[in-house]
Design a protein. Structure first.
Length: 114
C-alpha cells in the first residue's frame, strides 16, 4: 500500500501490523509515527534522549531554504540572530515565503510519474 495513494489507510495498516509506534521510509526519509495519543507523554518525558536540535536545524534549513544554522557548522547565537533579522523582515520575507511554499509543495505533493 502506497502512502500517496491513501495516506490514512497506509497509516492504519502499519498501525495494525506494527503497533502504535512505528517508522516508515517515505520519499527516502525515515518518519516516525505515534498513533496513540496516550503515548505522547512517554515520548515527551523521554525527550532528553532525542536529538531535537539536530531535527530542528535540518528541518528549518529545508523548510525555509536558508543555510545551516547549526552551531556545529560554526554559527554563533549572534550570527543566527543577524541571519533572522536579515531574512525574516522586510523585502527578504517575500522571497522566504515563496521558497518555503515551494519546498513544502515539493515535500507534500505526491510525485508525478510519466
Amino acid at each position: 500500500l502506497q502512502f500517496g495513494a491513501n495516506p490514512l489507510e497506509f497509516l492504519r495498516a502499519n498501525q495494525r501490523k506494527h503497533g502504535h509506534v512505528f517508522t516508515c521510509k517515505l520519499m527516502g526519509k525515515y518518519v516516525h509515527f505515534i498513533t496513540n495519543p496516550l503515548s505522547y507523554h512517554k515520548v515527551l518525558c523521554h525527550g532528553k534522549y532525542f536529538d531535537w536540535k539536530k531535527f530542528h536545524f535540518a528541518t528549518s534549513a529545508k523548510a525555509f531554504g536558508h543555510r545551516s544554522i547549526d552551531p556545529k557548522d560554526g554559527n554563533t547565537t549572534e550570527n543566527i540572530n543577524n541571519t533572522f533579522i536579515k531574512t525574516l523582515q522586510g523585502n527578504a520575507l517575500n522571497s522566504l515565503t515563496e521558497s518555503m511554499m515551494e519546498n513544502l509543495q515539493r515535500i507534500m505533493r505526491p510525485p508525478v510519474f510519466s
